[in-house]
Design a binder for this molecule. Structure first.
Ligand code: ATP
Ligand code: MG
Length: 425
């Protein structure tokens, strides 16, 4: 990472001589990493002084976006490119869900989410939200089986880190991370997050604001003299912030939103609509809020349908009571994007209202103009979001890796941290 070290110089020398020889066998990136690993091994074998510090050059510092609904891990590789790590399912996001097999053993991620359908009482979701909730920490009402939200979050961090490390040539050198959190998190919540991650054996260098990470991911630099609006519609929360990059700092000057609006509310609306249609067709009386298995199964189905409607104007699905352990016949249905947008418009309205509020707030704080509008959060993929923001704010909002930008920004921050703090041991 620090490009003036001897390992780098030696590796680059070897790289230029070997590049031709391995052409067509290894990619440039693979060649670089391989040579670097060999150089470090040779230096280590010959007892070159300060090997520990040289090895540090091969360190990977993770940027971790621990989300309410899903989490991601990124890092900047030797070639300066941002890599979003893949988990053992081959996916770049891991559901932030924990299923307890017993009081100690837990399953995390996609499998836990599937388990939540039939065994909801053993499953914990939205633990990030609980990090900001004091009552979840107190007395007998401890969040889950005597475990507080920090301890449960550690299970998620462990899984993220084990699977992210698995992608590295030097997993043993990935011991530090930069975390992110909403701008509205106070010191206590940030400390809980740090503790959760350190419980998984990773030292936390910094906990930075999610809108700052987003701005960095969109290429905003600390001395750009720019003011941007970050609209982040995630899985279970909505945050809108005004971020200023000036004189070497990127700072949040106004932040708002609603901790209880997110993609899941779009899923709930769609689930209710699908169940109503099912009841009409089959003359049945299923109700989402009366049966948690039914609700969880429908939420998984609705989320799939919602994502399909991001890419096409209509889609079909089968609503089958088999999904939640019922026995009635399945029914095939078609839903259009137009219907979906109509049934969820009130949710989007709410985010727009909060956006105008924060703009007014920032004007009061002396912000003259907004240079750019940046969209973040997986829910920003829904086409109605950008269309509405562009119309309301009379802008051309940027939509680039909205689901990954927080983790990407954290990885960029980690790299910069490393460049400013060269290894000293
Ligand atoms: N292609 C898509 N179309 C529509 N929605 C999507 C798409 N991809 C992801 N989402 C939604 O994005 C949400 C997850 O976004 P994200 O990972 O940013 O949330 P999070 O960071 O976990 O939540 P939060 O920011 O509230 O803590 C889910 O509701 C998911 O359904
Ligand atoms: Mg998020």
């Amino acid at each position: 990472m620090n490009h003036i070290d001897p390992v780098y110089k030696l590796s680059e020398g070897l790289y230029s001589s070997l590049k031709k020889a391995v052409k067509g066998i290894l990619s440039d990136k693979e060649t670089r990493s391989l040579i670097k690993a060999i150089v470090i091994d040779i230096l280590q074998e010959h007892g070159v002084a300060d090997v520990k510090s040289l090895a540090r050059q091969n360190e990977t510092i993770f940027g971790i976006d621990f989300g309410s609904v899903s989490s991601r891990v990124a890092y900047v590789d030797d070639a300066g490119e941002i890599v979003i790590t893949k988990n053992f399912n081959g996916s770049s996001s891991t559901p932030s869900v924990v299923y307890f097999v017993d009081d100690v053993r837990a399953v995390v991620g996609y499998d836990a989410r599937v388990k939540s359908v039939l065994e909801p009482e053993r499953t914990v979701s939205l633990v990030k939200r609980a990090l900001a909730d004091d009552s979840a920490y107190e007395g007998a009402s401890k969040f889950y089986h005597g475990l507080n939200p920090t301890k449960i979050s550690t299970y998620i961090f462990k899984k993220l880190i084990v699977e992210a490390r698995d992608m590295l040539h030097h997993p043993e050198l990935a011991t530090r991370a930069v975390l992110t959190c909403p701008a509205c998190f106070g010191t206590k919540e940030r400390e809980r997050l740090r503790e959760a991650c350190e419980g998984a054996g990773i030292k936390v260098l910094a906990v930075i604001n999610e809108p700052t990470a987003t701005a960095m991911s969109y290429g905003i630099k600390a001395d750009d003299e720019k003011t941007v609006l970050v609209y982040d519609l995630g899985g279970a929360s909505f945050h809108v912030s005004v971020v200023r990059a000036s004189e070497g700092f990127i700072s949040v000057i106004a932040a708002g939103g609603d901790r209880h609006i997110g993609g899941i509310d779009w899923d709930i609306s769609l689930s209710e609509y699908l169940i109503e249609r099912y009841n009409k067709k089959k003359d049945s009386l299923y109700k989402l809020d009366r049966d948690v298995r039914l609700k969880n199964a429908m939420l998984i189905l609705a989320e799939k349908v919602k994502k399909q409607l991001t890419f096409k104007p209509r889609t079909s699905m089968v609503v089958s009571p088999f999904l939640w352990g019922g026995e009635d016949d399945p029914v095939r249905m078609v839903v259009t994007r137009e219907i979906f947008e109509g049934m969820t418009e009130h949710l989007l309205d709410e985010t727009i209202k909060k956006t105008h509020e924060i703009l007014a707030d920032s004007r009061e704080k002396g912000v003259g103009r907004i240079d750019e509008v940046l969209l973040a959060g997986g829910s920003a993929f829904m086409p109605q979001v950008k269309a509405r923001i562009d119309r309301e704010l009379n802008c051309e909002a940027r939509l680039e890796y909205p689901d990954e930008c927080v983790a990407r920004g954290a990885a960029i921050y980690a790299m910069q941290w490393c460049n400013y703090n060269p290894p000293s041991e």
